[in-house]
Design a protein around this ligand. Structure first.
Ligand code: UD1
Length: 430
């Protein structure tokens, strides 16, 4: 297994190209199941999760062509993928594949809408909490599907097709909103989705669906109105820039007192992250090319924050913020309200010298003057990158193992950081 070695202390300066968003690319690829025509996605990040979803979609009969490297506008990178689900060969998503990535469960909605049936493995346990799928199933039932759980699988049928419904979520769920949206676009009649997730990735998927002929109103709001259509066509769509990657590199720059241009970043999708960076004492300037992040000698100010659904501070940046605050001048309080047990990074950060105490869903982070390199272990995607942030400022060498977690969600992380002056090397495992 690969490891990443970081020798801390270098100030980051330069330009980092922001990739397409993993959390938009995955549902956009799943959207291809809704049409027999070709969906062309550009700016698709090259990530392990994308490759895994490709295998899952191929299993359903989706033909996928990858048209080489595309330099892209705004200096963004990524692949162009053409996905054609001319016929659905298999409506079963097997345990072996779904258990590796929770988002693959989201094929349920489109398969049901297109084929009137789907058998999808329950996603199973996950390192960051129980993460149930009750809201997904409620939405499918409202749309007229019959649901049974058999042998660890969700078996959903709607032989006469789905019909429009009023779906009201009692909790904001990104995945359940995607599911309701993807299923209702082909349902007969109108659907209202209340308390929908407003995450920019949901808006990106809705925009792609509209290009394909779907009728959706209320984009980016908490109430989506869908008028079902009988079929969707192919389309071309560029995956939105990754706001979590943007926030992560902003914190890397802030941590090292650096000056970095995040090229292609979309400030309008960052919600509270920009305001939080500024409160901490990190300069954030919007430029024509993206965002410039600058910290020039100012101390890092402590902060008190709760994670929240968009536009609040994202849970996917919580671990990174904690790494940053480990060197603030004072005590920060970070409360995780979205997922229980999303604090696996705490023990690893402590190994680097951070002073963090957990009280239920809240972490109290006492800023220290210095972190020191140590061997640490990546535990999940966002937790692993928090270790990178801490390591960039730590004295000496940090060796991060199990970096396959990082590869799930960060495209060429070590190349992007090294280009800005970080001393970071990937050591290939056997
Ligand atoms: C998505 C993101 C993930 C992010 C999360 C929250 C992708 C691929 N993943 O995950 O990176 O951290 O949003 O912003 O886009 N819940 C239920 N019942 C359900 C579904 C969810 O109770 O049926 C709960 C979850 O346990 C959690 C909360 O709702 O407490 C939010 O989860 P959700 O928004 O669904 O997360 P994901 O869509 O899985």
């Amino acid at each position: 297994m690969d490891r990443i070695r970081i020798r801390g202390g270098n100030r980051l300066a330069g330009t980092i190209n922001i990739s397409g968003a993993k959390n938009a690319a995955l549902p956009l690829m799943i959207v291809s199941l809704l049409t027999p025509e070709t969906l062309t996605l550009t700016n698709v990040p090259r990530l392990a999760d994308v490759r895994l979803l490709q295998r899952i979609l191929q299993n359903h009969g989706v033909d996928i062509m990858i048209a080489g490297k595309r330099p892209g506008q705004n200096g963004q990178q990524g692949d162009t993928k053409q996905l054609s689900a001319k016929t659905i060969a298999d409506t079963t998503a097997p345990y072996e594949l779904v258990s590796k990535m929770r988002a693959s469960f989201w094929v349920l909605g489109p398969l049901l809408a297109r084929c009137g049936e789907a058998k999808v493995s329950l996603p199973g346990g996950c390192a960051i909490g129980t993460r149930p799928v009750d809201l997904h199933l409620m939405a499918m039932e409202k749309l007229g599907a019959s649901i049974a759980i058999e042998g660890g699988y969700v078996v959903a049928t709607a032989p006469k097709g789905l019909r429009g419904a009023h779906i009201k979520f009692d909790k904001v769920s990104v995945g359940a909103t995607h599911a309701a949206l993807m299923a209702s676009v082909l349902a007969r009649g109108d659907t209202i989705i209340e308390n929908a997730a407003r995450e920019p990735e949901v808006g990106d998927v809705a925009q792609c669906l509209i290009k394909m002929g779907a009728r959706i109103e209320g984009l980016h709001s908490a109430t989506l109105k869908v008028s079902g259509v009988s079929s969707l066509s192919g389309a071309e769509h560029e995956v939105i820039a990754d706001r979590i990657e943007t926030g992560t590199y902003a914190m890397c720059a802030g941590m090292t007192g650096g000056d970095v241009l995040l090229k292609g970043a979309r400030p309008d999708t960052l919600g509270e992250v920009i305001a939080v960076m500024r409160r901490i004492g990190i300069g954030v300037d919007e430029t024509n090319e993206g965002l410039r992040i600058l910290r020039n000698g100012q101390a890092l100010e402590p902060i008190r924050i709760d994670t929240e659904p968009y536009p609040g501070f994202p849970t996917d940046c919580q671990a990174q913020l904690m790494a940053l605050m480990s060197m603030a001048r004072g005590t920060s309080t970070i409360r995780e309200t979205i997922f229980e047990n999303r604090f696996m990074h705490v023990q690893e950060l402590v190994r680097l010298g951070a002073d963090i105490h957990l009280h239920g869903d809240t972490a109290e982070v006492h800023g220290v003057a210095k972190l020191t390199g140590a061997p640490v272990m990546a535990t999940d995607l966002r937790a692993s990158v928090s270790l990178v942030i801490a390591a960039l400022a730590a004295e000496g060498e940090t060796m991060i193992s199990r970096v396959y977690h990082l590869d799930r969600g960060f495209e060429t992380l070590e190349e992007k950081l090294a280009a800005c002056g970080a001393d970071v090397t990937r050591i290939a495992g056997n």
